[in-house]
Design a protein around this ligand. Structure first.
Ligand code: SF4
Length: 379
């Protein structure tokens, strides 16, 4: 009986949150849909390309067809904080600065190890208890300015599925001089990248595995993500790639070698973050943590493939000097890090190596903001 009661309460909570969010929605951007004569709408905000019939939701469960109009989330956040940009992670975008990070609800994937499952799996998992706070784009940008954050990041849930809201925030952020970035699973389409391009500076893609079979377990398709990476470079966006090395799931040596070769074929200067897994969410039992030795092996695959910037992550101080950035021309250590903390950054606004005076890949500068190394939740 208590279980039934809690299920009922969680269904009621979900229904009330859903009806609140339905009130805080807006029509989809015309660039991201195709309207059909029978009232159905095809959505191009992510690679699922759902055909959404009247009265139905897309796979993400946050975009829905309201009497022939595709409505999308607008006017709220489910999480907002000033995070170190290294936490996103971006290592070649204004190192040492804060990124004002905001997220909404929902995801088009359902990864069993998601660290943001409370917001991303809100409409699939009855244990999630995320809340939404109503706000305007200007309020988010004002928070970034108050917190001296030179970057605004759409993150915490999958930003592609809420791209109209991100674009509205970024349109307000750009004239204020802020850089705008996406932290995404990379399940994109040409339509959504063209829509976002005028507002975006950098894009982090989770390349979760190089096995299509494993990708499908998470709700994705490998080819969609690799195509996104190529499309991002074609659109001249700064790209960094993250692969969480999950023992027995995404640590197959052959897959990782092929992954490294793929990234190098797109651009050997793309930073590749190979991060350690900690058992979490639905993948707690029967899974072990990734060790420094595991990451060292993957690092070697990347090096052999010709990648120049490989960063073992999530194990601060335990991966030798792997957290540092070395100039790919002359091997000078130009940035020293410990976890999210930048201990020393020798790269100036011109983006040149201080030793050989050759350009280093990334978005550099002298951010007006500063950071004290803390993650600051914003009330
Ligand atoms: S964002 Fe993706 S999952 Fe959601 S409706 Fe559009 S195509 Fe479907």
């Amino acid at each position: 009986m208590p279980t039934e009661l809690s299920q009922l309460q969680s269904q009621q909570r979900l229904q009330s949150l859903k009806s609140l969010l339905h009130q805080h929605s807006a029509p989809a951007a015309p660039e991201l849909i195709q309207q059909n004569p029978d009232g159905s709408v095809q959505c191009f905000a992510c690679g699922h390309r759902c055909l959404v019939k009247p009265g139905r939701d897309g796979i993400c469960r946050v975009r829905f067809n309201d009497q022939g109009t595709l409505k999308v989330p607008f006017g709220y956040v489910a999480g907002i904080a000033a995070d170190p940009i290294e936490k996103k992670p971006f290592f070649h975008v204004l190192p040492g600065s804060d990124a004002l990070s905001f997220g909404m609800l929902g995801c088009d994937f359902h990864c069993g190890y998601c660290q943001n499952w409370v917001t991303s799996q809100m409409f699939r998992d009855p244990h999630s208890s995320a809340q939404a706070k109503l706000c305007t784009p200007k309020q988010i940008v004002d928070l970034a300015l108050q917190h001296h954050a030179p970057v605004i990041a759409s993150t915490y849930n999958e930003p592609l599925i809420t791209s109209e809201w991100a674009a509205a925030v970024f349109k307000e952020a750009k004239p204020a001089g802020l850089r705008c970035v996406y932290i995404s699973n990379g399940n994109a389409t040409p339509q959504v990248l063209d829509y976002l391009r005028p507002h975006l500076d950098a894009y982090k893609v989770d390349l979760k595995t190089f096995s299509d079979r494993n990708y499908r377990q998470l709700g994705g398709v490998l080819d969609h993500v690799t195509t996104t990476i190529k499309m991002l470079k074609q659109r001249n966006l700064w790209v960094e790639i993250v692969t969480l090395i999950v023992p027995t799931f995404s640590d197959d040596p052959d897959d990782l070698k092929r992954m490294a070769a793929f990234i190098a074929s797109v651009d050997p200067l793309i930073p590749w973050h190979i991060t350690a897994f900690h058992p979490d969410y639905k993948m707690k039992d029967g899974y072990r943590q990734t060790t420094p030795d595991d990451l060292a092996k993957v690092h070697e695959f990347g090096r052999q493939a010709g990648l120049k910037y490989i960063y073992p992550g999530n194990l601060p101080g335990r991966v030798g000097d792997g957290e540092n950035t070395r100039c790919h021309h002359c091997n000078t250590t130009v940035i020293q890090r410990h976890g999210f903390h930048v201990k020393q950054n020798l790269i100036k606004e011109d983006g040149l190596c201080p030793t050989c005076q050759k350009p280093l890949p990334g978005i550099w500068g002298n951010p007006s903001g500063h950071r004290d190394g803390r993650i600051r939740p914003i009330p």
